[in-house]
Design a protein around this ligand. Structure first.
Ligand code: ZN
Length: 926
């Protein structure tokens, strides 16, 4: 309520400020007295393929004695044909600029997987740069308005400056933005035009030169090695197999910030609070500027939904004014999934911004055709949001791309510099609204109850929320609310906090707003369901008064009851923690058995699958080691003085391979990441190893993660291009050949490779396939009884969370699971069918299907699923094939499903042990 009165009083004042700053055509003329680089103007004009593809903002470059231009350091102008800059060179340029210009500062924010330093570059007036830390404090204050009165907030806004953060190079094949940003930084630091002076004094521009530095270098190597002579868009040469260590495009879908480069940026964000984060991508002609179309997350602030088209329409207007065709907004990307990298800002009460400009996948000038069938929607069609569409055929260059991006960004900075106080006021108000929403709208909080059987997943949820800056308290006593009484120690997320809306977005069930609408990425991500953990929404406002102590870090300590002396065995309960497999590998030199059935000992329940470790090993001195590991991993165990009366089987450690094609490494990368995080060792193998044969001599289990679109793609891989395409390291191209190497990545494993998989299973191996890869054994005769079909027309399921029924709760695959109905993510896997005549194969889990089975997100045509197999176990020869129509290791997200794979690995040679007692036939609580 305060805010409203305050806002009205201030409006006149702010308007006055804005007018003084000037929003008219101050942009075009560079300072007449400033020296310019005539060679730059000449070459840029030459490289710009049509006169309308440039603006007065970027057709010139000032020269200032003593301050290095990009060309001074790199040796070429930005946008030069056939020139791409390596990461180290780019950072070298920013450092050189910062060394000479008091208007530029570079800070380190961490290191990548491959050890490259990540930096953020600030550009503003020299005075602003000198006082950067004070401006940082101002934004931190606005980000948490609980500590400010409206009057104080006004005072902070008066002296604060918005940070406008710009990022390039998140997607390595989108090569233009990292080039353009160097020229932008130089221009902002040196040009004396009224526009640039206004930006410099009213805005702090910060830059992530390359969001995925490892991938940048690998792609630039690839470009110089394979792509530089490409002359036509129809020369479809394959892309480089890897960008970063694990994933490619999904670095823009990493909702839980698993990847270290993304996490470093998030840490920086939470210290600096830029109200705007602008991510530069390439795909759409000539420039698409994101305006946040439907479906939209309704929890986010209405102010944000006004800001997005405010900016994009201003860009569209200005660029039309400069005579640049092909700029459009709306359409294309929606505001549903919060997992995009720049959503970091929207999730924290700032603003996500995004461009897609037109790139050629390198720096070659090429004739491009737009709107052809197979290239997505026809972008050359005039629409109300695309009044001046791109051309059907266009000769396009890196400099064209640079001109569009740079003009767009300068225009966005023009708007920000004209209304800096509005931007700050919006940021403050959105933060305040988030707190107020938590005080006025149910749910008022979420509770993650303590006392859940497996507390490691509670610990994971708490850590993931803390990572994003969400405040969590631990209940100091019992918490009584209308819904339930929660025990002391429960984790309470009160929503009357600046990031309350984010907590809600992550924890609530995704109630998809309009089933007719498609979405750009996942429709569901509910964290409790993904973890198969209990998370309760609380509509009783009393939750806000629950006494709590703040949690800054949380790790559940494990425990081993009883003393080592006199122990005959140590038992560790399998409560479904993903860390069980980590424990097994931690104790890999010890004999470890698994209980075939439930037992009780030392006052604890040990379900089937619990570990039993004979105490006589290691000279009877293994106790301290076991205790240390159990404690560190948050597990529950006991030292037993008598052996439990239960049958057991040895948990032998398998020799594991993960199979990857060369063209679809990303979902494989997520599995590699999960295995690495849980310390599961494996070999990563490719078609070369498959074709070499004799797989059984080297491996016990081969995992084929979801990859590609069809089983045919999995087998035949990249179509041959008439010459070998190598991915191998060389002195010149050091980042190639990492994570695997090949003299020719084309051609796939082919039928000979597929035959080796069949032999592997016949000879006793266990083959695990996930998602789309589960069509491979049926289609290529390994599990010839099974059929792999597809969903039909009208089916659309962008990653909803759906129910699955466990039909064989006694299978070792379900050790640790307590319910027979569990939430799993729908994965676009095949619709598997077993003929009635097949008596050997077993459906271990199935999708009941239908609308009611959708627990979160969107599934259209859900009736097409009707008791379809979700996991099938098929004996073949001496071995087994486990077909997962789910993708149990999907991104860093489906933690509740990981154990369906980890259990299979640990019990790979005992998958058929006698069923233990069945799990409770009740539905999962959430
Ligand atoms: Zn992209």
């Amino acid at each position: 309520m305060h805010w409203f009165r305050f806002g009205l009083r201030r409006f006149g004042l702010l308007l006055g400020v804005a007018l003084c700053l000037g929003t008219g055509i101050i942009a075009q003329e560079a300072h007449p007295a400033q020296q310019e680089d005539p060679e730059f103007a000449r070459l840029v004009k030459q490289w710009t393929t049509r006169p309308e593809f440039i603006s007065p903002l970027v057709d010139h470059l000032p020269l200032v004695a003593g301050i290095p231009t990009p060309k001074d350091v790199l040796g070429y102008y930005i946008g030069a044909p056939k020139k791409l800059t390596y990461y180290e060179q780019a950072v070298g340029y920013y450092r050189a600029l910062a060394a000479r210009s008091p208007r530029v500062k570079v800070i380190d924010i961490g290191k990548t997987d491959e050890g490259r330093e990540q930096v953020v570059v600030f550009v503003a007036s020299a005075d602003t740069i000198r006082h950067l830390d004070e401006y940082k404090q101002d934004l931190a204050q606005l980000a948490d308005p609980r500590h400010l009165t409206p009057l104080e907030a006004r005072a902070v806004i008066e002296k604060a400056k918005p940070i406008y953060h710009i990022m390039g190079g998140l997607h390595s094949s989108e090569t233009g933005p990292p080039e353009m940003l160097m020229e932008l930084a130089y221009r902002l630091a040196t040009e004396d035009s009224p526009l640039i002076r206004q930006i410099r004094s009213n805005v702090i521009v910060s830059i992530t030169p390359v969001a995925e530095p490892d991938g940048r270098d690998r792609y630039v190597d690839w470009y110089y090695h394979h792509l530089i002579n490409q002359t036509s868009e129809d020369d479809r040469l394959p892309g480089v197999p890897y960008w970063g260590k694990y994933i490619l495009h999904d670095n823009n879908r990493d909702i839980n910030y698993s990847q270290v480069t993304m996490r470093n940026l998030l840490k920086w964000y939470l210290q600096w609070h830029p109200p705007i984060m602008h991510d530069l991508h390439e795909s759409e002609p000539f420039m698409y500027t994101f305006s946040g179309q439907a479906p939209q997350n309704p929890s986010l602030d209405p102010i944000l939904y006004g800001e997005l088209p405010w900016f994009s329409n201003f860009e569209l207007t200005q660029m039309a004014k400069y005579g640049m065709p092909g700029v459009w907004d709306h359409d294309f990307v929606d505001m549903w999934s919060p997992g995009y990298l720049a959503f970091m800002a929207s999730n924290h009460n700032g603003m996500i911004r995004m461009y897609e400009t037109f790139g050629n996948g390198g720096a070659n000038t090429m004739l491009r055709h737009i709107g052809r069938p197979g290239f997505g929607g026809d972008q050359t069609k005039r629409e109300w949001y695309r009044p001046w569409p791109p051309y059907k055929e266009v000769l396009w260059s890196m400099r064209d791309n640079t001109n569009y991006m740079e003009t767009g960004v300068l225009t966005a900075l023009q708007l920000t510099s004209a209304f800096p106080k509005i931007i700050l006021e919006d940021f403050y108000k959105k933060s305040l609204d988030s707190v107020n929403d938590g005080l006025t709208k149910a749910p008022y909080g979420y509770v993650i109850p303590s006392g859940q059987r497996d507390m490691t997943r509670v610990s994971l949820i708490v850590q993931l929320l803390l990572r994003q800056g969400i405040e969590i308290g631990r209940a100091t006593g019992e918490v009584k609310v209308k819904e339930a009484t929660f025990p002391a120690g429960s984790f309470i997320v009160k929503l009357d906090q600046p990031y309350g809306r984010l907590a809600r977005t992550l924890l609530e069930r995704q109630d998809y707003p309009d089933p007719k609408l498609n979405t750009y990425d996942d429709s569901a991500w509910t964290m409790g369901l993904m973890n198969q953990a209990e998370v309760r929404a609380v509509d009783d406002k009393a939750i806000l008064d629950a006494a709590v102590t703040p949690v800054t870090d949380y790790r559940i300590p494990g425990s081993v009851k009883g003393a080592d002396a006199g122990a005959v065995a140590f038992a560790v309960a399998h409560y479904g923690s993903n860390d069980m497999i980590t424990l097994r590998y931690r104790l890999k030199d010890l004999k470890v058995e698994a209980a075939d059935a439930d037992f009780k000992a030392a006052g604890l329940d040990f379900p089937a699958g619990s570990f039993i470790i004979p105490a006589s090993q290691q000279g009877g001195n293994a106790g301290p080691r076991i205790r240390e590991a159990v404690d560190e991993l948050g597990l529950t165990g006991a030292a037993l003085t008598t052996a439990p009366a239960v049958k057991t089987h040895d948990l032998d450690l398998p020799r594991i391979a993960i199979y990857s094609t060369w063209n679809s490494t990303q979902n494989v990368g997520w599995v590699r990441y999960a295995f690495d995080q849980f310390h599961v060792p494996y070999d990563l193998i490719y078609k070369e190893r498959a074709r070499a044969g004799n797989l059984r001599s080297q491996y016990d289990v081969i995992v084929v993660p979801d990859q590609g679109r069809t089983s045919k793609g999995l087998v035949f891989g990249i179509p041959p291009v008439g010459k070998p395409i190598d991915y191998e390291p060389s002195p010149q191209f050091k980042s190639l050949g990492m994570y695997g190497s090949s003299p020719d990545i084309t051609g796939g494993m082919g039928l000979p490779g597929a035959e080796e998989f069949r032999k592997f299973v016949e000879q006793g191996g266990v083959l695990i396939t996930m998602g789309v890869a589960s069509a491979f054994p049926p289609d290529f005769g390994i599990t010839r009884e099974i059929n792999a079909g597809h969903t039909g027309p009208g089916f659309y399921a962008p990653g909803p969370i759906v129910q699955a029924d466990i039909l064989h709760p006694g299978s070792p695959i379900f050790y640790g699971y307590t319910h027979t109905t569990v939430p799993v993510r729908w994965a676009n896997g095949p619709l598997l069918r077993l003929p009635l005549t097949d008596e050997k194969s077993e459906v271990l889990m199935q999708f009941p299907g239908g609308e009611k089975s959708v627990m979160s997100g969107l599934m259209r045509g859900a009736n097409q699923l009707h008791d379809n197999p979700a996991i099938v176990e098929v004996p073949v020869g001496k071995g087994q094939v486990l077909l997962y129509a789910t993708n149990p290791v999907y991104r860093w997200e489906t933690f509740g499903e990981y154990n369906m794979v980890f259990n299979a690995l640990m019990n790979y040679d005992d998958l058929k042990v006698a069923p233990a007692t069945a799990a409770e036939p009740t539905a999962h609580p959430q």
